[in-house]
Design a protein around this ligand. Sequence first.
Ligand SMILES: [Zn+2]
Length: 351
Amino acid sequence: MQKYENTPIQPTPTLTDDEQWMRRCLWLARQGVAGAPPNPMVGAVVVCEGRIIGEGYHRRCGGPHAEVFAIESVKPADRQLLPQSTLYVCLEPCAHYGHTPPCAELIVRSGIKRVVVGCIDPFARVSGRGIDIMRRAGIEVVVGVLEKECRALNRRFITHQTKGRPFITLKWAASADGFIDAWRDNADTPPERLSTDLSIIRVHQLRARHQAILVGHHTLQLDRPKLTVRHWHGQDPVKVVLGRVEEGELPAGFRAFADIPTALKSLAREGVQSLLVEGGSQTLQAFIDCGLWDEAYEELSERVLGSGVPIPRMPVGVVRHTEQAWGAHFIHWENTDNGEEEGDEKGENDN
Ligand SMILES: [Zn+2]
């Protein structure tokens, strides 16, 4: 049994004023979760002497950016306060003409003299330039407040931009004795069901949150999975199968790729920022072995199979947490050690 008596009580860290306003930006940014992608989620707040005088977030891709909404929402009576105000924004303001003029220039024109930025935009046409424009205009710019949280919020966008591949989530269910399925060699025997009626909702939630979903050709042949979002709201992801699929064997709506690098490169080029890998064991292990994954979920079933296909082996030393959701236990791994290599296929976006 775990002992708690001697565990020192950790004081709740006190947030600085800048961090508190950045938290507000993060909260606002999340309101754009459905509309902003493939653009990043961004929130912005204008604060004068401890009072919010304007705020906004990026609502939909192609629409105005958070900074535009924030500055435009300042009431006429408060406009004179802008030179004494600070603008908080979780991602570096843009510096290029997309669907909208550069936000960095809008901020300069607004008269705001202090800007606090959560993290630098990795997008090649912005990276550091928005900050340069503001600094050259005499604005005090602070960078990196709640940087980790700000990067985490847009980790899919950032992974796509910096690594030239989608953010990759692995997912499988494990029996209590460590198998993901019984041994099967034909499609007549259905796969072992390790998720419950309730926890299957989590699977469909994950599907709805990814733009593409991938299985190996063996899983496709044996399970004939639909890979659709049926128990949650949201769009069906793009369906991808890895490996050799014979002519005429590919079900409607599926796309086949010969190997992982080809699949990732093609998907990234098409603007796919997130990929869910659902199996089987060999496919999951291939992604793990080449370090091409960002997070992984293992659902822990109470069922005992006795024998079967072993669960994938995760590398040692990776950050892992246990979670409970939809009546089931999950292990959640986060891969913080998959390098920062530059992708050679920069996606274009209009942020
Ligand atoms: Zn902008």
